[in-house]
Design a protein around this ligand. Structure first.
Ligand code: B12
Ligand code: SF4
Length: 511
């Protein structure tokens, strides 16, 4: 515990952490979920810090930090492929006497699994800005009951789960999984998604050591590799149900922030924190096309359009028109990403269930290019039901659309998605207790074979897509003309070896 900077009272100290990532090509990118939680804790007067292994671990390990500095609570965040690392990190935090709280996408899907681990005290499901405050208040009550000591339930064995006091109403905290004083795991009912996301405090952008982060993605999303790149979430959730998409936290209901609220955060990023690049990371920022246009007009009016921005996670092609792209361009947008996914209408309709056609994709690209925006396309290979012919159509479409960047990925089935259920029913590869670290997007090996399609064919077409797209003379000239190609030459050579030839890190590691 420490004394509050604000009130001088004794308060619990919280460290919010993102574990080390083995995900290939993963970016050094600020973690908005932790930023939002920190914003909420700060707004309630708590003492909080963010520790992101991707920018801290080379300088000081978590073990070293916790030896030097005591935190009562360590909160860990994990998407599915990082869960093993989060469990390892929690054991370190427990060793230092902290209460450990887990949250994020994987915990929302599989809370029971982490609650079986002794080093995990609490699991939060879903959006957690309100839950975390209720947890802190409950911990404060426990402190009172236990005379200011939150020591682990069994001091002889620090890595043992904390059992919570029945006198505190832990069972009233929605979205929480916990253990009662008999060690029984209790999963409280889910917390409804907050409707009014304007009421959520801004993420604590100022707490990130922004100089240690790369731009949004050196290879794909970023515009300038030396940028001070921040991200912003202007809406949460998406009503579409693409069969590969895992959105357990933000859910199926789209909730947009008001334009004024977004502009206030954007102005803070640009005017106070010196952002030189901004990425929108909404699930689907253009679901309400008129709101998207209003946001662009407001950016122009507020003179915020001199700072370039990009849509990191693809726009939906069917919620666009020529005017939207023109306005985006005037508002400072430099590049738009689109989820193209597949070049075969049958696959789009029956397998991917994306609610879009190839013609809609072509139209959106044409409008974006007319507005002189750079374009990026996301393409998936090897969905269940895919054939060599449909993958060939995807390559043909990529060549025809000719985006500035093409991001070819192999299907990765995350639990909770329709694709996961399909594969569990028809294959023997996946189970609820598999090694989650294998489930990464953008790796260079296919995750499964399905029907008549084997993994080798998917991998061959994926490599072929990179070669046929990127090894065209005009493309090579374009890449060679870019300054950052030469600044980051070794990185690009390594990436090219992986994507074009399959000489990837994982393969080398396995050799
Ligand atoms: C921006 C983004 C990225 C960015 C930044 C990631 C980051 N570190 O924040 C980049 C591009 C780097 C990225 C990479 C990856 N991503 Co990503 N990403 C997103 C995206 C689009 C938005 C994230 C966001 O800002 N959400 C908004 C905030 C408010 O929500 P949140 O982060 O979930 O946090 C809330 C709750 O989860 C909870 N919470 C989170 N952490 C904690 C911790 C504690 C202690 C508590 C109590 C609560 C809590 O409270 C937060 C506030 O409400 C999401 C989609 C989505 N809608 O979430 C995908 C998403 C999270 N990504 C996903 C995946 C798969 C990945 C990769 C694994 C891809 C890969 N290469 O294989 C990597 C992992 C890299 C990494 N080191 O984490 C999946 C995760 C699915 C799953 N089952 O885990 C998602 C859901 C996309 C999808 N639809 O499939 N991603
Ligand atoms: S892929 Fe995009 S459009 Fe499809 S469900 Fe996910 S967020 Fe929505």
């Amino acid at each position: 515990m420490g004394y509050s900077k604000y009130t001088g009272e004794l308060i619990l100290r919280v460290l919010l952490a993102s574990p080390h990532s083995d995900v290939w090509n993963s970016r050094k990118h600020i973690h908005m979920g932790l930023g939002y939680l920190a914003g909420s804790l700060l707004a309630h007067g708590y003492d909080v810090e963010i520790w992101d292994a991707s920018v801290e671990a080379d300088i000081e390990s978590l073990d070293e930090k916790l030896t030097r500095d005591h935190f009562d609570v360590v909160g860990l965040s994990a998407p599915t492929p990082l869960i093993n690392n989060a469990w390892e990190t929690a054991a370190i935090a427990k060793k230092h006497g902290a209460i450990t709280i887990f949250g994020g996408p994987h915990l929302t899907i599989q809370p029971h699994e982490s609650m079986q681990k002794d080093q995990v005290d609490l699991v939060v499901r879903g959006e957690a800005e309100y839950t975390i405050i209720e947890i802190m208040q409950a911990l404060e009550k426990e402190l009172e009951i236990r005379n200011n000591k939150l020591e682990t339930s069994n001091p002889q064995s620090p890595i043992s789960p904390h059992l919570f006091d029945p006198k505190v109403e832990w069972d009233k905290i929605l979205g929480l999984s916990w253990r009662n004083n008999e060690g029984k795991v209790i999963h409280n009912p889910d917390r409804p998604l907050p409707d009014d996301i304007d009421a959520i405090p801004f993420p604590a952008h100022h707490m990130f050591k922004i100089d240690r982060y790369t731009n949004l993605n050196p290879l794909t999303d970023g515009l300038n590799m030396n940028a001070r790149a921040y991200t912003i979430v202007t809406s949460r959730g998406c009503p579409y149900k693409c069969t590969y998409c895992s959105k357990p936290v933000t859910g199926d209901t789209w909730r947009g922030r008001s334009v004024d609220n977004v502009i206030a955060e954007w102005a803070w990023l640009v005017n106070d924190l010196g952002a030189t690049e901004i990425g929108i990371t909404d699930d689907i920022w253009n679901l309400d096309k008129e709101r998207a246009k209003a946001l662009c007009r407001a950016l122009i009016k507020a003179n915020l359009n001199h700072v370039p921005w990009v849509t990191i996670h693809g726009m939906k092609v069917n919620n666009t028109d020529a005017e939207l792209f023109q306005l985006m361009k005037q508002a400072g947008c430099k590049r738009v990403g689109f989820g193209v996914e597949n070049g075969d209408d049958w696959m789009l309709r029956n397998v991917i269930k994306k609610g879009q056609t190839v013609a809609m994709v072509q139209q959106a690209f044409a409008w974006a290019k007319q507005a002189r925006l750079q374009t990026m396309g996301f393409f998936i290979f090897g969905m269940p039901g895919e054939t060599e012919e449909s993958m060939e159509k995807t390559i043909q479409l990529a060549l025809k659309l000719d985006p500035d960047l093409a991001h070819f990925m192999m299907a990765a089935p995350f639990p909770g998605t329709e694709m996961w259920e399909t594969l569990k029913k028809h294959g023997d590869v996946f189970s609820d207790d598999m090694d989650w670290s294998q489930l990464v997007i953008q790796d260079n090996s296919a995750h499964f074979a399905f029907g008549n399609l084997d993994k080798e064919t998917v991998e061959r077409k994926w490599h072929e897509a990179h070669r046929r797209f990127y090894l065209r003379p005009k493309r090579i000239m374009r890449i060679a003309a870019r300054k950052d190609t030469w600044q980051r030459f070794p990185y690009y050579v390594k990436t090219a070896a992986n994507m074009l030839l399959g000489l990837g890190e994982r393969e080398r590691a396995a050799a």
